[in-house]
Design a protein around this ligand. Sequence first.
Ligand SMILES: CC(C)(COP(=O)(O)OP(=O)(O)OC[C@H]1O[C@@H](n2cnc3c(N)ncnc32)[C@H](O)[C@@H]1OP(=O)(O)O)[C@@H](O)C(=O)NCCC(=O)NCCS
Length: 209
Amino acid sequence: MIGELLPPGVAWAERFDDDVAEEELFPEEQAAIARAVPKRRREFATGRWCARQALRDLGLPPTPIVHGERGAPGWPPGVVGTITHCPGYRGAAVAHAGEFLTIGVDAEIDEPLPPGVLDAISLPAEHAQLDRPGPSWDRLLFSAKESIYKAWFPVARRWLDFTEARVTLRDDGSFAADVLVDGPLCSIEGRWMRAGGLLLSAVVIPAST
Ligand SMILES: CC(C)(COP(=O)(O)OP(=O)(O)OC[C@H]1O[C@@H](n2cnc3c(N)ncnc32)[C@H](O)[C@@H]1OP(=O)(O)O)[C@@H](O)C(=O)NCCC(=O)NCCS
């Protein structure tokens, strides 16, 4: 599914189950999640499986992917990438840093956000676009912002609040964001899709930007 949102040159893999043995993780990865609850260990292992499949498709060998700064995945030198998981979905996308500056993908279930969450993750100016037929637009807004953050952070190396990007969700499967703080990326384009009860969003920024 996620491949529909990604341009040539971005390798990806996804799974809809957690049938990945934790023993397949590298020792440093196992250490990183040793104290986590089983659900978290399973999603972590499946996310790493996806990441290594995608790296393999880029022609790269298996390598540990431990967390770097603020939880961002630590990719091998010369690689940019992103990982996501939500109930029923795990995915990863990677690319050569010479071709792409950064990537962010996010998966969410296609259901309205729990009460109270929208106000925390949105700007008032974003609300009018959420009242129309289609997917759970509020959840899609959240997903787009998560993708934006995952792409933003490895480049900016700073926190970006949900209120620091103004997102426009388009019916055609694209979205646009104005980043409202100074930084390396002020205008971001992304894509989204809805399938199988899921919402997927992706931000892919070419290296030449
Ligand atoms: C980090 C965050 C984006 C993760 O999103 P999520 O929907 O909760 O969870 P997902 O399963 O989709 O993604 C988790 C993965 O994100 C990646 N991730 C975590 N922190 C990251 C960071 N700082 N930069 C890039 N990727 C990050 C990790 O790979 C993580 O998976 P892993 O721990 O198994 O390696 C989210 O928890 C968060 O902190 N959001 C607040 C910031 C934000 O979104 N601002 C909006 C700006 S408009």
